[in-house]
Design a protein around this ligand. Structure first.
Ligand SMILES: [Zn+2]
Length: 204
């Protein structure tokens, strides 16, 4: 059932329902429930939500160094001089940075690819933040690259691709240990498993 099938809904309400339906995991029924919930919210709360969406769209940029989402570039991790500048951990997306930061076992820097190589979905290496990665590696004193892509076919293929691209470089290239569930996303891995995988990382 789509929102167009609710003849009684006012146009502004239909519009809100349609926008909410575009969110991941939100079907037509949930969109309607959310819309009616938002209508009943106190004005301040509803405008605060709308403002937060506007602010995030206006302020969030990619960190020029690690490509993570940030309000200010370079981000707080890249500009933290206490972090180990020799090690860069490559992840698929910003949520993986949060997952790894929660483990507190990694004190180096990150590089966010914003995806994985996926020929079926038409995503090739040129659509990932790989150029930016190679530029970082050539310019700075990075000694170790930890590849922490997800344990999926695409994640593995992307890790292999990066390793091949960097073959012959002096860089030590490691990979998270195989304690991670196959097919599993870093984001949903519990902190203990993730920190063990990090500590047990192996050279590729
Ligand atoms: Zn950064």
């Amino acid at each position: 059932m789509s929102s167009e099938q609710i003849p009684s809904a006012a146009p502004s309400l239909s519009r809100l329902i349609q926008e909410l339906q575009k969110l991941p995991g939100i079907g037509p029924k949930s969109a309607q429930r959310l819309a009616y919930y938002l209508i009943r919210l106190p004005d301040d709360d509803a405008y605060a939500l709308a403002d937060a969406i506007t602010a995030v769209k206006q302020q969030i940029v990619l960190c020029a160094e690690c490509q993570n989402l940030t309000d200010d570039s370079p981000c707080s991790i890249c500009s933290d001089s206490r972090r180990d500048q020799d090690v860069v951990c490559v992840v698929e997306d910003p949520l993986d940075v949060l997952a790894l930061e929660r483990t507190r076992c990694f004190r180096g820097l990150y590089h966010v690819l914003h995806g994985v190589i996926s020929p079926l979905n038409g995503i090739g290496p040129e659509q990932l933040k790989l150029k930016e990665l190679y530029a970082r590696l050539s310019g700075k004193q990075v000694q170790e690259l930890v590849i922490a892509t997800n344990a999926t076919l695409e994640g593995e293929a992307t890790a292999m691709y990066i390793r091949r691209q960097l073959a012959g470089s002096e860089l030590k290239i490691t990979h998270l240990a195989r304690g991670l569930p196959v097919g599993g996303a870093l984001e949903y891995t519990d902190e203990l498993t993730l920190s063990r995988a990090f500590q047990g990382r192996q050279e590729l």
